[in-house]
Ligand binder design. Sequence first.
Ligand SMILES: Cc1cc2nc3c(=O)[nH]c(=O)nc-3n(C[C@H](O)[C@H](O)[C@H](O)COP(=O)(O)OP(=O)(O)OC[C@H]3O[C@@H](n4cnc5c(N)ncnc54)[C@H](O)[C@@H]3O)c2cc1C
Ligand SMILES: *[C@@H]1O[C@H](CO)[C@@H](O)[C@H](O)[C@H]1NC(C)=O
Ligand SMILES: *[C@@H]1O[C@H](CO)[C@@H](O)[C@H](O)[C@H]1NC(C)=O
Ligand SMILES: *[C@@H]1O[C@H](CO)[C@@H](O)[C@H](O)[C@H]1NC(C)=O
Ligand SMILES: *[C@@H]1O[C@H](CO)[C@@H](O)[C@H](O)[C@H]1NC(C)=O
Ligand SMILES: *[C@@H]1O[C@H](CO)[C@@H](O)[C@H](O)[C@H]1NC(C)=O
Ligand SMILES: *[C@@H]1O[C@H](CO)[C@@H](O)[C@H](O)[C@H]1NC(C)=O
Length: 516
Amino acid sequence: MLSLRSVSALAAATAAFVGVAADPYNTFDGDGFPACNEVAAVHNATSVDEIVSLVKEAAANGTPVRASGKGHMWYDTMCSDNPATVIIRTEFVNGISNLTLEEGAESGTVDIEAGVTFLQLAEYLHEHNASMGYTLVNWNITMAGAVAMGGHRSAIREDSMVAAGVLSMDIVNGAGEVVTVERDETNEDWLAASTSLGLLGVIVRMRFKIYPDFKVFAMQKTLEEDEVLDGDIYGMIAPYATANFWWWPYLRKFHWRYYDKVPLTLSNQEGFQNTFSLTEAEAAVAIATLESGKYLATSNMFFETTAFALWSLPNFKEKSDWSDLSLKGWPVYGWNYDVLIGGLYPNQKPEWEYGLHGKTLELAFPITRANDMLKRVRELFDAEAAKGIIMTSTYRSGINIKFGRAHYDLLGQGTYNTSDGEDWSKGAIMFDFPSFKPSIGDGLRFHEEFYINLAKTLIDEFPARPHWTKNTREVFGNATKNLDPDHLKRFKAVREKFDPKGMFKSIVGEILGMYD
Ligand SMILES: Cc1cc2nc3c(=O)[nH]c(=O)nc-3n(C[C@H](O)[C@H](O)[C@H](O)COP(=O)(O)OP(=O)(O)OC[C@H]3O[C@@H](n4cnc5c(N)ncnc54)[C@H](O)[C@@H]3O)c2cc1C
Ligand SMILES: *[C@@H]1O[C@H](CO)[C@@H](O)[C@H](O)[C@H]1NC(C)=O
Ligand SMILES: *[C@@H]1O[C@H](CO)[C@@H](O)[C@H](O)[C@H]1NC(C)=O
Ligand SMILES: *[C@@H]1O[C@H](CO)[C@@H](O)[C@H](O)[C@H]1NC(C)=O
Ligand SMILES: *[C@@H]1O[C@H](CO)[C@@H](O)[C@H](O)[C@H]1NC(C)=O
Ligand SMILES: *[C@@H]1O[C@H](CO)[C@@H](O)[C@H](O)[C@H]1NC(C)=O
Ligand SMILES: *[C@@H]1O[C@H](CO)[C@@H](O)[C@H](O)[C@H]1NC(C)=O
């Protein structure tokens, strides 16, 4: 008898033979987590020229194409549902060149290729006494992938959208031509390219703004829920270079984290943060607790209480000897990227490699509506509690409440002057609610309806804008009404110019009406 494995190997071989393979292309979460449900081929490009020829070939054959960096996204929204789609992976096209930072200058530039990750650029810059400032997100993600999808850190005072660090970018358009788009807010091409959703073509190179290297502190305080819900949220975030909250809804508490620059000589500490790094033993306890939390609210309550206690301590190690800084207390000092992002500790793995998988929802609101929005979420938690259902955070670091400095473009979450009449110019608050996805039973979360109702309520009652890689198709569908129709129309015009045949189509682009 044929085993399951040999049946699928046979199917794959047959499919390859007839030229149509029906394999999914997965996100960082791996099997069972498709970014694209079916693709025909995945190419590991090794140069910009190769990307150009792959696009030209696809254009000649009428084949849909999507670029992919590290697959650090959550749902099946990368491609369209066309099984002829070809993926161009950029991982191996990762040159860094032309670092220009004059002695004493406030800023400089560096040229990077599509597959350069934040981690890679941060290490390179640090070796050259430079840094990328605050225009960064998590580590094992390509800068081009983050720019394409409007990725951002959390800051009001400083530029924090990754695209805000881009001075120019080269895009391979639907004809396989390399088009250079310079930063220029009066140019529609730039305003579309700044959050392109990959619909204009493959971003193959960027000129990125850099700064002299610097050190920062990280400080954290615990607040009662009322201090945030009734507090001056803008006033707690805007004074710092970068700041965020983490919400622990069962405990009714917040962590308030903020960072800022310090003199190089203030401390010798070299703190290195981790957000996803776990030992095998830690992962085993988390999985056992969270899987049982699919059925038992008490497991989730225990999880939130434990995670909160751990997250109250510095999630940092000293990089020079990897000693633990968790009991040293706040603040922690170190080099900017290590403190702001960090990465994995030696001999540990990211949580998803142990089978800890998540779902998420991320929506942006004008910061002027921050208190109303958080109070509305509190009401939804309380409404469940009144029915005897206790909802909690099921994520290691709670519910992530981030912020974004206003950044003008067509499809960015932090754009302003939009037809909704809301004041986005003071910045945005982002509600980023990751939750544990059980692997048992039907795979749905504890009281799944709560999450659906929460999304629907926020989208219908507020001018919520979706993060472009952290939401389901259904959320995108419902949130499209909150986007400025004029921005969508202007984006579509640029899309039609760059990609008249629609070969870079994605589910997100289709939902936004870019191909109607
Ligand atoms: C653990 C984790 C932490 C994260 N943290 C943050 C965060 O702090 N802030 C934030 O805003 N986001 C965050 N994200 C989301 C992440 O920034 C985006 O999903 C980003 O697009 C992923 O980039 P990637 O290189 O992995 O690209 P992929 O996941 O491979 O692709 C994402 C999308 O971008 C398109 N794309 C990729 N490369 C290119 C290119 N060169 N040209 C054109 N289109 C391209 C793809 O077609 C796809 O539609 C996080 C994601 C994960 C998994
Ligand atoms: C492309 O690279 C990835 C990551 O290194 C690897 O897993 C995959 O097998 C490669 N694909 C091909 C077709 O070589
Ligand atoms: C290097 O970057 C500078 C801008 O900082 C630019 O003027 C110069 O042309 C670049 N050199 C090359 C070889 O691309
Ligand atoms: C970085 O700065 C240090 C200390 O000022 C100096 O010794 C070193 O040569 C510099 N490195 C580079 C690559 O500029
Ligand atoms: C980054 O992702 C690649 C796969 O694309 C993986 O091989 C590598 O181990 C990851 N690095 C870190 C630091 O997680
Ligand atoms: C926003 O609108 C104001 C008032 O109409 C206008 O002065 C300003 O130039 C606009 N800003 C952008 C970036 O379009
Ligand atoms: C989207 O809207 C539909 C119609 O109102 C609703 O039934 C559904 O629950 C909503 N889903 C989400 C995730 O918002």
